[in-house]
Design a protein around this ligand. Structure first.
Ligand code: GLC
Length: 437
C-alpha cells in the first residue's frame, strides 16, 4: 500500500489524534464552569445538573436498610446496617447479571425480573421484616422529590421499552405489588455518584465529590441551594447534592475514531464525554484504531482482522490485561506476533491516558467551581473498574492534577470508594427515614 504509514508514523498519528494537553484541560475547565452555571439556571447546557433532593450525611445515621443497585451489567441487592459514627456493615449482598436480552425487554418484564431478584435475595437471607429501601438507578433521572424521578434517556446500552419519560420508582413499586411483595417501601431514589459521595462522606466529612469511572462515567457534588435557581420548590437545607451527568459534556474535541464510534452507537450525538472516557467505550475505540492500523498494513499477524472484527467484542478489561502483558486471559491474542502486541499495547496506553486526563480535568473543574483557590482539602470518592483496576490510571489522573495545580493539588485526594452505589442508597434511605422530606 503506497500511502501506508510506518508503525512509528502510525503511533505518532494516534498520539496526535488522542492528545489532551494542559491547554486542552484549561479550556475544558472554563467550558465546564460555563455549562455548570447554565445547567443550574435551567438554561440550555450539555450538563443536566440534576437536583437529587439529598444533602450530605452526617455519619450518625443508623438502622438497617435495603438497597437495589441498578446501572450496569450487574445489579445488586443489599442489606446494610448503619451503626453511626461513620461505621456500617453489609449484612447481605447478592449480584445478578443483566444480559443483553433483559436490558432491551419491555418495562413489565424488566421490572418483574428485578423484583424476582429481590425476592430471591430476601429468601436467601431470611429477611422477613418490613424494610425501607433505597433504589440506586444510575441513569439520568429528573427528580421532583427524593423518592420519585423520571428517566430522561437510557445510557450505557440499556433500551428497556416504555420507561423513558416515566417515574422509575412508580414502575418498581408496581412490580413489587404485582409480585405480592408487601414488606418493602422505596423511600429514596439515588444516582450511583450520589451514593458514592454519601458513602465516603459518612466516614470522611472532607468528601465533597462522588465520581464513577466504570462502564459509564459521571459525578456529583454538594451545591449551595441558592445557586440552583432552576429549582423553585421548597428545600430544607442550604445545600443539595447535584448529579452533574457529566457524561453528556459536549465541549471536547473529537477525532475520527470518536466520530465513528458515536455514529455507530445506540445514542449518536449524546454522552460525548462518556464515550471518550468510560469503560464501555475504550475497548471499542481501540478496536477502531486497530482496524485503521490494518488498513495501513501495520500488523504481522494474519488473523488480526478476524480477532478485531466484532464491534464491542474488545473491552476495557482486555486493554488492562494488555497493559500488564498478561495474556493468560486473552488466549485469542496470545499467539500474535510480538511486534503486534507492542503496537496494541501502545494504542491501549494512548487511549486510556486521554481518558484519565479528561476525567482528572473534569474533577478539577468541579473542585475549582466549589473552591476556586483550592484552599480547603477535598476528598474525591471514586468507584469503578477503570479507576480501581486499570494499571496506571489513578497515577495519570494524579499527575494531571499536579500539572494543573502544582503544590495546591495536594488538597485534592482521589480515593477509591467500594460499593458506594449500594451502601450509599442505604445511607440516603436512613437520612430520609429520620427526617421525612
Ligand atoms: C451514565 C449515567 C449516569 C451514571 C453513570 C455512571 O453516565 O447516565 O447516571 O451515573 O453512567 O454509572
Amino acid at each position: 500500500m503506497d500511502n501506508a504509514m510506518k508503525p512509528m508514523e502510525f503511533i505518532k498519528h494516534i498520539e496526535h489524534a488522542f492528545s489532551f494537553t494542559k491547554a486542552h484541560a484549561i479550556k475544558m475547565i472554563k467550558d465546564f464552569h460555563k455549562e455548570m452555571g447554565f445547567g443550574l439556571k435551567g438554561k440550555k447546557s450539555s450538563l443536566k445538573m440534576l437536583p437529587s433532593f439529598v444533602k450530605k450525611p452526617k455519619g450518625n445515621e443508623r438502622g438497617t436498610f435495603l438497597a437495589i443497585d441498578l446501572g450496569g451489567t450487574n445489579m445488586r441487592v443489599l442489606a446494610v446496617r448503619l451503626h453511626g459514627e461513620g461505621k456500617f456493615e453489609t449484612i447481605g449482598v447478592k449480584r445478578f447479571s443483566l444480559n443483553k436480552e433483559i436490558i432491551s425487554e419491555t418495562e413489565k418484564v424488566f421490572f418483574d425480573f428485578i423484583v424476582d431478584c429481590v425476592i430471591n435475595f430476601l429468601k436467601e437471607y431470611h429477611l422477613d421484616s418490613i424494610y425501607e429501601m433505597g433504589f440506586t438507578f444510575s441513569f439520568p433521572v429528573v427528580q421532583t422529590s427524593v423518592s420519585s424521578g423520571t428517566l430522561v434517556t437510557w445510557t450505557k446500552g440499556f433500551s428497556v421499552k416504555d420507561v423513558e419519560g416515566k417515574d422509575v420508582v412508580f414502575l418498581l413499586d408496581n412490580a413489587l405489588k404485582r409480585k405480592g411483595v408487601k414488606s418493602l417501601k422505596i423511600i429514596a431514589l439515588v444516582n450511583d455518584t450520589v451514593g458514592t459521595l454519601a458513602t465516603k462522606c459518612y466516614e470522611d466529612p472532607a468528601c465533597d465529590m462522588g465520581v464513577i469511572l466504570g462502564t459509564g462515567t459521571n459525578a456529583s457534588y454538594p451545591e449551595k441551594t441558592e445557586h440552583i435557581t432552576k429549582y423553585k420548590g421548597r428545600w430544607n437545607s442550604d445545600e443539595m447534592i447535584i448529579n452533574i451527568e457529566w457524561g453528556g459534556f459536549d465541549k471536547i474535541n473529537r477525532n475520527l475514531y470518536d466520530e465513528t464510534l458515536d455514529r455507530n452507537s445506540e445514542n449518536p450525538g449524546m454522552q460525548r464525554m462518556e464515550k471518550a472516557i468510560s469503560g464501555m467505550y475504550l475497548g471499542e475505540i481501540a478496536r477502531l484504531v486497530v482496524l485503521n492500523g490494518l488498513k495501513n498494513n501495520l500488523f504481522h499477524t494474519k488473523t488480526i482482522e478476524d480477532i478485531f472484527s466484532s464491534p464491542y467484542a474488545f473491552t476495557a478489561e482486555h486493554l488492562s490485561y494488555i497493559a500488564l502483558d498478561d495474556y493468560n486471559k486473552l488466549s485469542w491474542l496470545k499467539d500474535i506476533h510480538d511486534l503486534d502486541k507492542k503496537i496494541i499495547k501502545m494504542i491501549a496506553h494512548i487511549i486510556t491516558t486521554r481518558s484519565a486526563r479528561i476525567a482528572s480535568s473534569a474533577i478539577a473543574a468541579v473542585i475549582t467551581w466549589m473552591d476556586n483557590t483550592l484552599t480547603s482539602p477535598h476528598t474525591v470518592a471514586i468507584d469503578g473498574s477503570l479507576f480501581e483496576k486499570y494499571p496506571g490510571y489513578k497515577e495519570t489522573m494524579e499527575s494531571t492534577m499536579v500539572e494543573l495545580f502544582g503544590e495546591a493539588s495536594k488538597n485534592i485526594r482521589l480515593t477509591l470508594t467500594h460499593d458506594g452505589s449500594g451502601i450509599g442508597a442505604a445511607i440516603i434511605a436512613a437520612i430520609v427515614s429520620s427526617s421525612p422530606q
